[in-house]
Each structure stands twice: as structure tokens, then as C-alpha cells.
Design a protein around this ligand. Structure first.
Ligand code: HEC
Ligand code: HEC
Length: 277
């Protein structure tokens, strides 16, 4: 018995020490990737990447299970392929548009950090993500200047000459809402996701010029918003703005309107354009 203890105790110290050691000195990019993933991706992909976040039930197809629990899928993708789907979104790589694009939201280094973290979620023995000192990744987020109110006014004047055209654009805007995956996060008349606020009453709650400017560049209002800049061309943004402005649904039963996101933009209509923080 004594002898066994001599072996066991050091073994336990080694194992526990090893776990603590690797935890403390965990690769800093993996740690950064995990941090971003926790905030931006878990609502759909779940806290351990299994595709079971609180917003997952609203998604068709399902958010991919990144752990390969049921099938060997992620392990077959290259690092570059994973990078690209995060950068360009499902829409950019022939997958469902409800996987958002993050290329206008995160820096190159942040996206590679996400790839490095995702690699820890399934069994992967291939090439690790390299953060080479010779070829450093761009580490700062692209800062696009806020969209000016005049841009919206000018666009309406030039693109919406009459009511027939307006109606066409509204119809197009309804499609845009699905084609760009807005529906993954926003609910309209009981259909869609719950990551962002319910937009069934956007026509009452939000000013068109605010919607347009927000959709074109959410980060210029709120640097840490969970809504990515989906890189909408100006006409698509105009169409979706006109569509949302027609939505004047009945008041919700509860007092609280909006998504489960902690920082869902409550009261944006009363304070549009003053949210630069
Ligand atoms: C609004 C929900 C939603 C959010 C938020 C989201 N995803 Fe996804 N993601 C999806 C859906 C849905 C799919 C599956 C798309 C398909 O199979 O057509 C997917 C697929 C993926 C895939 C697999 C791609 C492939 O080739 O099959 C990766 C990797 C991924 N997401 C990473 C991320 C990362 C990283 C984030 C956070 C920065 C994120 N996702 C945020 C919904 C989401
Ligand atoms: C990945 C999820 C996600 C996607 C995709 C998304 N949004 Fe959002 N959206 C949010 C969140 C979260 C907020 C709350 C913003 C905040 O306060 O940070 C928001 C806020 C908004 C607002 C402001 C609402 C208010 O009450 O202030 C509008 C308008 C909006 N989104 C429209 C759109 C449109 C149009 C699209 C598609 C082009 C879209 N969103 C795609 C998550 C998303």
C-alpha cells in the first residue's frame, strides 16, 4: 500500500499540474478565439460548439455541430476553408445564408484565432493554424466610417421615383431579409431568430435613415454589437430598409420587446445616431 502511494501521489501531482499548466499557458490565439466564439457564435453553435445554442431551434438548416460528434465533417475541412466560411458567411461559400459573414467585423487575426479555437473542438491532427512572425496577419479591424444620413436621403431621391418602384423595392427587401440571413437573428411576425430584437414593429420603432445607416455599418454605432456588418450593397440595404419600415405589427403581449442578447438595442428609435460609443 505504501509503495502504491509513492507512485500514485506523484502521478496525481503530474496530471493535475499538467492540466493547470496547459490551462494557464494555453496558446493565446486559441484563448482569443474562444473569447470571440463565446460572445458571437454560441447563440447558434452552443457553448461547446455542438450546434445547440438558444437560437439554434430557429435555424433551418441547423447550426453546424463543430465537434464532429455524430459525423466526421469538420476534420475534413482545411483551415483555409474554415477561415473562408467565417469570413464570407454561408452566402459566400454556397452554404445557407443564415451562417453570417464576419469578414467586415473581425480582423484577419481574429478570424484565424477563431479557426484555431474551432480546431480544439474536434479531433484534428492536421496542420495547426500558424501565426507566423514573418507573415503577420492584419490585427486591427477595418474601420469603415459611419454612413451619413445624406447618403440615405440621396439614395431614396435617386432610386425611388414613385410608389410603384417603392413597392417593388419593398418586395425585394423582403427577399433580402432572407437572402442575407437577417432572419437567422431577427423575428418578424413569429418567424425567425431571437439573437437580435424582434422587428415586427420596426415601422413604428425605428426611423428609416437609422435602419439604413445601422445595417450598412452597425459597428460604427456599437463596436461590440453581436450584429455583424454583412456588407450589404447600398441598394440591398435600401430595399430592406423600405421593407422593415412597412412593418407595423401589434404590440407584443409582454412589455419587453426584443431579443435575448443582453445588449439588444432597446429604444434605438428615440436615440438614433447618438450611439457612437
Ligand atoms: C445566426 C446563427 C449563427 C451564428 C451567430 C454563427 N453561425 Fe456558424 N453556422 C450557422 C449555420 C446555420 C451553419 C450551417 C450552414 C449550412 O450548413 O448551410 C453554420 C456553419 C458554420 C461552420 C461550418 C461551415 C461548413 O463548411 O460547413 C463554421 C465553421 C461556423 N459556422 C463558424 C461560426 C463562427 C466562428 C461563428 C461566430 C463568429 C458563427 N459560426 C456564428 C449559424 C450561425
Ligand atoms: C448574427 C445575428 C444578426 C444578424 C445576421 C442580423 N442582425 Fe440585426 N441585430 C442583431 C442584434 C444582436 C441587434 C441588437 C444590436 C445591439 O444592440 O448590439 C441587431 C439590431 C438590428 C437593428 C436595430 C434594431 C433596434 O431596435 O435598434 C436592425 C434594424 C437590424 N438589426 C436589422 C438587420 C438586418 C436588416 C439584417 C440583415 C441584413 C440583420 N439585422 C442581420 C443581430 C443580427
Amino acid at each position: 500500500m505504501k509503495k502504491l502511494q509513492f507512485v500514485l501521489i506523484p502521478a496525481i501531482i503530474l496530471v493535475v499540474g499538467g492540466v493547470v499548466f496547459s490551462f494557464v499557458f494555453q496558446d493565446k490565439h486559441v484563448a482569443k478565439g474562444r473569447h470571440l466564439f463565446d460572445r458571437y457564435c454560441t447563440p447558434c453553435h452552443g457553448s461547446s460548439g455542438q450546434g445547440n445554442g438558444y437560437n439554434a431551434k430557429n435555424l433551418d438548416p441547423h447550426a453546424r455541430d463543430l465537434t464532429d460528434k455524430s459525423e466526421q465533417y469538420m476534420v475534413k475541412l482545411t483551415n483555409q476553408e474554415i477561415y473562408e466560411v467565417i469570413e464570407k458567411g454561408g452566402r459566400g461559400v454556397d452554404l445557407a445564408p443564415i451562417m453570417p459573414s464576419w469578414g467586415k467585423h473581425f480582423s484577419e487575426e481574429e478570424i484565424w484565432s477563431l479557426v484555431a479555437y474551432i480546431r480544439t473542438l474536434h479531433k484534428y491532427k492536421g496542420e495547426p493554424v500558424k501565426f507566423d512572425k514573418d507573415k503577420p496577419y492584419q490585427t486591427t479591424r477595418a474601420r469603415t466610417p459611419p454612413v451619413q444620413e445624406t447618403e440615405f436621403v440621396t439614395l431614396v431621391a435617386s432610386k425611388v421615383p414613385d410608389d410603384d418602384v417603392r413597392q417593388e423595392m419593398i418586395d425585394k427587401g423582403k427577399e433580402t431579409f432572407e437572402d442575407f440571413g437577417c432572419i437567422a437573428c431577427h423575428r418578424i411576425k413569429g418567424k425567425g431568430g431571437e439573437l437580435g430584437p424582434d422587428l415586427s414593429r420596426a415601422g413604428f420603432m425605428l426611423q428609416p435613415q437609422f435602419i439604413y445607416r445601422w445595417v450598412r455599418n452597425p459597428l460604427s454605432f456599437k463596436p461590440h454589437t453581436r450584429m455583424p456588418n454583412l456588407d450589404l450593397p447600398d441598394e440591398a440595404a435600401l430595399a430592406v430598409t423600405l421593407y422593415l419600415s412597412t412593418l407595423k405589427g401589434p404590440p407584443p403581449d409582454g412589455v419587453q420587446q426584443g431579443g435575448q442578447g443582453k445588449d439588444a438595442a432597446q429604444g434605438a428609435s428615440t436615440d438614433p445616431g447618438h450611439r457612437q460609443s
